[in-house]
Design a protein. Sequence first.
Length: 257
Amino acid sequence: ARSATDSLARWNPACVVQVAETTDHLPATGGDPIGVDWGVSEIATTTSDNHDLPHHQRGKNAAAGLARYQRRMARRKPKKGQPGSRGYQAAKKQAAVAHKKIARQRQDDGRKWAKNLVRDHDRIAVEDFKPKFMASNRGLARKAADGAIAATKTELIWMATKHGRDLRLVNPAHTTMDCSECDARAKHQLNLSERTYTCQACGVVKPRDKNSAAVMVVRAFGPAAVSAGTSEARAGSDPEDVEGNKTEGPRRGHQAA
């Protein structure tokens, strides 16, 4: 057993015990697999309109309050080697409380969404999002951080593992260029401003993120796994693009930031 303090200087006792790995299997749904594509306009776009995760902009909505507390801290910042005044300590605590609230809201959003998704779908194809992918663009990096994409992905992996769902991580390469209907690949990469995907081979027109989510399903489970009624089946898939390995989710105590 040990104790530690959090950002609010609260003591939290922690006990480390060895427990058996348990899986709480949910009833099988027998439905079509679902694809998940991460983004910035929406945190997660899926092949099911009922399971899209909107961007709640928790950090942006709390920015004004955080800026106020940070200005108070700046005005009352003590000189080097001197303790801070009560006003400085109060402002520092208010800023810490605001940050903690944002983090809990993001975690709650991701956890509820992940639970709904794994309850309704047996098979899940997820874009293997890498945070460094958006690091080169400051605006995208800020929105990705505010949406807590990495943490939401971790929640989904953990929830799928806990409930015995078949979740597969898919290589995101060329997912915005491939057609989910005929497997044709565009000759050029789409700009971020282009939100509609139009296939020059078969003529299908889809929202860009919806098409990418459908590509995830075909790459992970193959064209036969998608029913014809969803209009997401393709004639074939490139074996080199398939990254459909079943993953083992991280434990709750090792979530991504």
